[in-house]
Design a protein around this ligand. Structure first.
Ligand code: B16
Ligand code: MG
Length: 220
């Protein structure tokens, strides 16, 4: 199958906002005296804000009302957005700009497929809002990764078939979502050891375009 589009996850692939999520959740956990560490944080990658909160609260004996949960999620987002205020184009991760430019030069479409409701703000902060052909994010979906909804929506917005797309992800939930959508997947950073990733990389500096074109020739 020809490669028509590459769908980029945002947090952990384009920019390291994953560290800001960790810091914001850590503050909430400390305030609530709930145990939270980087291993638990790994399970929050790619999943929605409320699902992330549920994972954190599963380490507490206290029962939280819906109202309390909404307040905690709201507070976490305030802390997170405060941290996002310092984001700039300098925070775009290594290899991203070169890859985007090579894809554009080959007429391969580029899209964002992110669970984050803060996607528009983040893209604005790093100066990439107008560079993508489609943006599918947490504001336009009902089910977050590992459900394939966000990637299927991105493909639909681009007008391409799912099997013509490759996803680049840093989360196991995202690799699972890509597979469920019938797409090939590149695992970077935290997803570099994901068994289901078709290409595994520490970061995007070592991804060359030929590798991406070849991966879509492989039958899954
Ligand atoms: P927000 P991605 C995801 O972004 C994050 O990985 C995940 O940790 C976060 O809970 C989720 O977005 C929702 O984010 O609170 O900003 O709506 O990796 O899918 O780009
Ligand atoms: Mg991510």
């Amino acid at each position: 199958m020809n490669l028509s589009a590459v769908i980029f996850d945002l947090d952990g692939v384009i920019v390291s906002t994953d560290e800001f999520h960790y810091q914001a959740w850590k503050q909430i956990s400390d305030q609530e005296q709930i145990y939270f560490d980087r291993e638990i944080n790994e399970r929050l990658r790619g999943v929605s804000r409320m699902e992330s909160l549920e994972i954190i609260l599963s380490h507490s004996d206290k029962t939280y009302s819906e109202n309390e949960k909404n307040q905690l999620a709201h507070r976490k987002n305030e802390i997170y957005c405060e941290l996002l205020n310092n984001l700039s184009p300098n925070d775009i991760l290594p290899g991203v700009i070169n890859l985007l430019m090579s894809l554009i030069a080959r007429n391969i479409k580029i899209a964002i497929g992110s669970s984050s409701k803060n996607t528009p703000f983040i893209l604005d902060q790093i100066g990439l809002t107008t560079n993508f052909d489609a943006i599918a994010d947490g504001n336009s979906i009902k089910k977050s990764k590992p459900d394939p909804e966000v990637f299927l929506l991105a493909a639909k917005m681009l007008g391409v078939k799912p099997e013509e797309c490759v996803v680049i992800e840093d989360a196991k939930a995202g690799i699972d979502a890509a597979k469920a959508a019938g797409m090939k997947a590149v695992g970077v950073g935290s997803a570099a050891h994901c068994v289901d990733a078709n290409i595994k990389l520490n970061d995007l500096t070592s991804l060359d375009l030929e590798q991406l074109l070849e991966v879509n020739e492989i039958r899954s």
